[in-house]
Design a protein around this ligand. Structure first.
Ligand SMILES: Nc1ncnc2c1ncn2[C@@H]1O[C@H](COP(=O)(O)OP(=O)(O)OP(=O)(O)O)[C@@H](O)[C@H]1O
Ligand SMILES: [Mg+2]
Length: 337
């Protein structure tokens, strides 16, 4: 499955690296800098996705570019213009909220790529449980490691970390998460850079956290964006039926980018098995399977299609059944991103 991601080329904007590098150099080590490492070292990686592969509505893209611009112009504003006197640690913390498969992880990688930085990815479950009992230390170590490796921080599954504090924690777990939140607030205040959180469950925010966070809502793609996502995923090397209409595929509403990706992979596997080409019927059928309620074998899946879309999908299937009578076999591939 990595081949799909591997096919995404890395392209960085010329000059962006120097800008960010000089930002790192000019900052004098302050007395309040995160000091001696208190936990494990987290390893940053090169970003896997670039901005040109991320397809978003104009509004979401603009919000994302604003966050990136903050880090890009920080050397000018805080060092050359001297605003560091009033804000010693200019950082931006963003929360990507939205349904599964809408490009949140991809966007974090693309942001790192655009800034010429590495990405340090962790998830709350890892911070909490991998080094059990050391949650707050892990938070310190994460930000410490990001600073050392000139990386942006990306914390996935962040709901409970950003949620309202337990006023009177009753259990050890509640008290542990409170301590992690306190540590996170301090780490954010001492961090010079971009910290991204991702959450896809609704939650009520901790007020101290909310005052520091910018929220970007990732929605399911609209029609023009779905069209671009279909086009991007039906890669040039894929043997496709000349009758296939991207406009018809894009007209199927209520699907995420991941649904599209998985239907393309499923249909391609089905086509390869039958030594045929990828047809619209294979794609639509795979998309429908992808959207079925979860079963024991398939694990997580999106909600079922609404009745109108389901009917449109069925009639399309009936229409193209003569081209490809057999739906793809086997379970949908699980997603790896
Ligand atoms: N906006 C998008 N543009 C292009 N491709 C997308 C987009 N959204 C999703 N995809 C496709 O779906 C895959 C999964 O997306 P991603 O992992 O970024 O979703 P996510 O929002 O982080 O999901 P989750 O909430 O489950 O973590 C991507 O690798 C890509 O192939
Ligand atoms: Mg994700």
């Amino acid at each position: 499955m990595h081949s799909l991601i591997g096919a995404f080329t890395q392209r960085q904007r010329p000059g962006s690296f120097q800008l960010v590098a000089s930002y790192g150099e000019v900052r004098p080590p302050g007395p309040d800098a995160v000091s001696a490492r208190q936990g494990p070292r987290f390893i940053a990686t090169d970003p896997l996705h670039t901005f040109d592969k991320l397809l978003l509505t104009r509004e979401i893209e603009e919000r994302l570019l604003d966050c990136i611009a903050f880090v890009e112009v920080a050397p000018l504003v805080f060092d050359t213009w001297g605003l560091r006197a009033i804000e010693p640690h200019p950082s931006v913390a963003v929360n990507f909220r939205g349904p599964p498969g809408t490009g949140k992880t991809m966007a974090a990688h693309a942001a790192a790529s655009r800034l010429g930085k590495k990405i340090l990815l962790s998830r709350l479950s890892e911070l909490e449980s991998k080094y059990h009992g050391d949650g707050p230390k892990n938070i310190v170590a994460l930000f410490d490691s990001a600073k050392e490796q000139d990386a942006i921080v990306f914390i996935d599954e962040a709901e409970s970390l950003l949620s309202r504090r337990f006023a009177q924690p009753e259990q050890a777990a509640e008290s542990a998460i409170n301590s992690m939140r306190t540590e996170l607030l301090m780490a954010l205040d001492a961090f010079d850079g971009l910290a991204i959180f991702a959450s896809n469950l609704p939650h009520s925010y901790d007020t101290a956290m909310e005052s520091r966070l910018l929220n970007i809502e990732f929605t399911l793609p609209d029609l023009p964006t779905r069209r671009r996502i279909w086009e991007a995923h039906l890669v040039p090397g894929l043997p496709v039926d000349p009758e296939l209409s991207i406009d018809r595929l894009a007209s199927i509403d209520g699907v995420s980018g991941r649904d599209i990706k998985l239907s393309v992979i499923t249909a391609a596997i089905g086509a390869a098995r039958r030594k045929t080409v990828v047809t619209e019927a294979l794609l639509v059928s795979a998309l429908e399977r992808q959207r079925r309620p979860p079963s024991a074998e398939q694990g997580e899946a999106g909600p079922p299609l609404d009745p109108q879309t389901a009917e449109a999908v069925k009639s399309r299937l009936r229409g193209s059944a003569k081209n490809d009578p057999a739906p793809p076999d086997g379970p949908a591939p699980s997603d790896i991103s």
